[in-house]
Design a protein. Structure first.
Length: 406
């Protein structure tokens, strides 16, 4: 019988990893001369990688306490679709990628069906909601983490965990030249470019844009500004963001801000960037692109977060480094003037820029563990995850065969 694998990702970064994993699973199965069925929740990248989408990740991606509450009816409507799907087509194994709002409930349902659950990319329970460790212990068979400190955290709490390394740390730098990137996006290759990365979900983008646009207005026409758009955003959502951006740019009298599609290439070619807290901060660190971290949520969400978040930093780069490597401007500190104050020293050659680039290099090394693979070859993070998933498929089928014989 053809193995059936369920993969679920609800956000742009997780969707990217889900697409890489789906492609690698197919590659490994084809090397064995076998086919594979994959279905679940994801975005267009996962669909392009051959995942049958039961639920579109762009329909459920929200963030923040109050924001999630507002969208709960829609989120749980989509959750019920996933629940019906796993009952109708019981998979051999399930891979859940981050997104705990749905995935912990889904893990419980999968465990009830006897489906092994592999969690890839840990939700940040080490930062807040640490009581969720009970759910991990009860419903998750393996936790595959991508940050070095997470493996120890889980193992000390009785969870079988493994640091597979960060997939982005093993990804080659963008091959596109500055000239070609400029031509593709109508940019001036002779100018300095400043990256503006406000997030991947519409609500967070709209919350973060105002400060970024204001900073561009203060910095002025000395730079060009590029704003990458997440692939999970629909045409309608992009049009809404463009409309809001146009209104804010006119109000702030800011220079032109150009929308681009490839965030990694934008970070690779930008002189420095302003980045909303999230996976993009890891991408910026891995690119060695000096940056300032910003974030704004609803006042109620922030008030709750201040009471429950236990880590000393917001930016993942700072958590990995164990110190403040990149500036963090959160909530009321997130102003245009503060962005400019922190960003300006990073733009020219000098001690501030070189010091940050040196620290970002240390972070990159920490995220790229490069474990040994077969025959002495180096196995990447996604390859390791795929092996664990396929081992779970084979173990489950062997156990089922032995049970049937007895």
């Amino acid at each position: 019988m053809t193995p059936v694998i369920f993969i679920s990702a609800g956000e742009a970064s997780g969707e990217h990893y889900g697409a890489l994993l789906a492609a690698e699973l197919r590659r490994q199965m084809q090397a064995r001369g076998r086919e594979l069925e994959i279905y679940g929740m994801g975005g267009p990248q996962m669909e392009a990688a051959g995942v049958e989408r039961v639920v579109r990740s762009e329909d459920v991606a929200v963030m923040g306490f109050t924001e999630i509450v507002i969208h709960l009816p829609r989120i749980y409507r989509e959750y019920r679709k996933l629940k019906r799907a796993i009952h109708a087509r019981r998979p051999d194994v399930a891979v859940l990628i981050d997104f705990p709002e749905i995935h912990f409930r889904l893990a419980k349902e999968l465990k009830r069906l006897g489906v092994p659950v592999i969690y890839f990319v840990s939700p940040q329970i080490w930062a807040w909601k640490q009581h969720r460790i009970k759910l991990v212990r009860e419903y998750v068979q393996r936790m595959l983490v991508i940050f070095p400190f997470e493996e120890k955290y889980y193992r000390e709490r009785g969870v079988e965990a493994e640091n597979v390394g960060h997939p982005l740390a093993e990804t080659a730098m963008p091959a596109i030249s500055r000239a070609d990137y400029a031509a593709a996006n109508n940019l001036d290759p002779t100018e300095m470019w400043v990256g503006l990365l406000p997030g991947s979900r519409v609500p967070e983008i709209l919350k973060n844009l105002k400060g970024m646009v204001g900073a561009a207005a203060l910095l002025g026409n000395e730079y060009e500004y590029i704003l990458p758009i997440a692939p999970t955003l629909t045409g309608e959502q992009i049009a809404r963001i463009q409309s809001e951006l146009g209104d804010q740019a006119r109000e702030e009298k800011s220079p032109k801000i150009t929308f681009v599609r490839d965030a990694r290439a934008a970070l690779f070619h930008a002189r420095a960037s302003v980045v909303a807290s999230g996976t993009a901060t890891v991408e910026a660190a891995l690119m060695g692109n000096p940056f300032v971290v910003v974030y704004r949520v609803s006042p109620l969400t922030y008030a709750i977060a201040r009471r429950v978040v236990t880590v000393p930093h917001v930016a993942m780069a700072n958590l990995i480094a164990g110190k403040r490597v990149v500036p963090e401007l959160i909530q009321e500190d997130f102003t245009a003037a503060n962005i400019v104050q922190q960003l300006k020293p990073l733009l020219p050659d000098g001690p501030a820029r070189e010091s940050m680039r040196r620290e970002l290099g240390v972070i990159r090394n920490a995220l790229s563990i490069q474990p040994e693979g077969k025959a002495g070859q180096q196995a990447g993070a996604i390859e390791r995850v795929a092996r664990v998933v396929l081992q779970a498929v084979e173990s489950g089928r062997t156990a089922a065969t032995e049970a049937a014989q007895h």
